[in-house]
Design a protein around this ligand. Structure first.
Ligand SMILES: *Cc1c(COP(=O)(O)O)cnc(C)c1O
Length: 365
């Protein structure tokens, strides 16, 4: 990943807009006493992004991968880091070394990370995860979670039980609701009863839980959200508020071919570059353009949206994106640069692609 302003494909990240998105969300959650833990995995934990989030004064910053925790530490990020993917037994040494807190759902791992924390002379913070139906990580049996909580509190001297949490709308697409958030709140009460003290945090999910805080339906006890997508893209499915920027990321790609061709492939059809049978609509002869960026760089071509009027994404192979530009007003020629909006899914690919030149925009030096 390089950063040369005139090299393409290019992903420009507006750091001021990202900072304003996080600051605006923090402010709107403040009255509900909900703290925001910004999640930086969607931008591959680029230190430039982490640094502007740090300036917003958050208590924790989170990512899903241990190598990214290390990148953030090496870049001088001082905000305590939270690992939000439940860790492998084989990586606990790095988890303890590079993060201050982690999400946990298995007693074997909890006992091992306790040993590792003691070995490193640290106290590692733990949030116990409950599965409330999304069927990804988390204890299924609430009593088992309470037993783990008591064990951490009483016996695991290398650990501090920071709170309980839930993850929703990831695998199972389960929507955060008053019902499942009440379930989380009452679980936290059970844990507090069992350990005889209040928990610092009840962590009520990710971006999909933001709307409940904004509309005032989040139960009072939930006081932390771990938020990535909403901060990076300024929105989340079903919630597009007017106080955020939706265009912090701009993808720029260079036109390498632009000419008229038929819209229907010529010859007997088989499968495309990814082994899929495709269907093509015959729209006659159309003006088309190719830009040198492809699925290896952004994932799915439906996730990038041309900004220029009249440009339509037709499809893509690994390294090329095919555009219909027949209805573009004015000239479009080889060497021109086209801009695209990108969604959350493509952002993670683009920031991770070695062929994409990431540049940053900010009024602050
Ligand atoms: C990725 C992730 C988040 C953040 O999700 P967004 O939808 O990007 O807000 C929060 N918690 C966990 C456990 C995650 O894996």
């Amino acid at each position: 990943m390089n950063s040369f302003k005139d090299q393409y494909p290019q992903l420009e990240i507006d750091l001021d807009k990202l900072k304003e998105n996080l600051a605006a969300l923090i402010e709107r959650c403040h009255d509900s006493l909900v703290e925001i833990v910004p999640v930086v995995k969607g931008g591959n934990s680029l230190p430039e992004i982490a640094r502007v989030f740090e300036k917003c004064g958050v208590k924790y910053m989170a990512t899903s991968r241990v190598d990214q925790l290390r990148t953030l530490k090496d870049a001088g990020i001082r905000t305590p880091l939270m690992l939000i993917r439940i860790p492998m037994l084989s990586e606990l040494e790095s988890v303890v070394a590079y993060s201050e807190a982690s999400l946990q759902s298995d007693i074997t791992v909890i006992r091992a990370i306790d040993e590792e924390a003691k070995r490193q002379g640290k106290i590692h913070n733990v949030i116990l995860m409950i599965d409330l139906g999304d069927l990804r990580e988390g204890f299924w049996d609430a009593e088992e979670l309470v037993r783990a909580a008591v064990e951490i509190e009483k016996e695991r001297k290398g650990l501090h039980l920071l709170g309980v949490g839930v993850n929703l709308s990831c695998y199972g697409s389960v929507k955060p609701s008053k019902r499942n958030m009440q379930g989380l709140a009452s679980l936290s009460a059970d844990v507090e009863q069992a350990i005889g003290r209040k928990l610092e945090y009840v962590s009520g999910g990710a971006s999909t839980s933001v709307p409940m805080v904004l509309d005032g339906t989040m139960p009072y006890r939930v006081n932390m959200l771990r938020v990535g997508e909403f901060v990076l893209t300024g929105q989340i499915y079903g919630c597009c508020p007017d106080f955020t920027h939706k265009d912090a990321f701009t993808l720029r790609a260079e036109v390498v071919e632009c000419r008229e061709k038929p819209s229907l492939p010529v010859g007997e059809l088989t499968v495309d570059a990814f082994g899929r049978v495709r269907e093509y609509v015959d729209r006659g002869i159309r003006r088309r353009a190719i830009v040198d960026i492809g699925r290896v760089d952004y994932g799915d071509c439906e996730d990038i949206k041309p900004r220029r009027k009249g440009v339509e994404v037709l499809g893509a192979s690994s390294d090329h994106t095919l555009l219909d530009v027949h209805d573009v007003e004015g000239e479009l020629k080889v060497g021109d640069i086209l801009e695209f909006d990108v969604n959350y899914a493509s952002t993670v690919y683009l920031t991770g692609s070695r062929s994409v030149h990431v540049t940053f925009k900010s009024k602050e030096a």
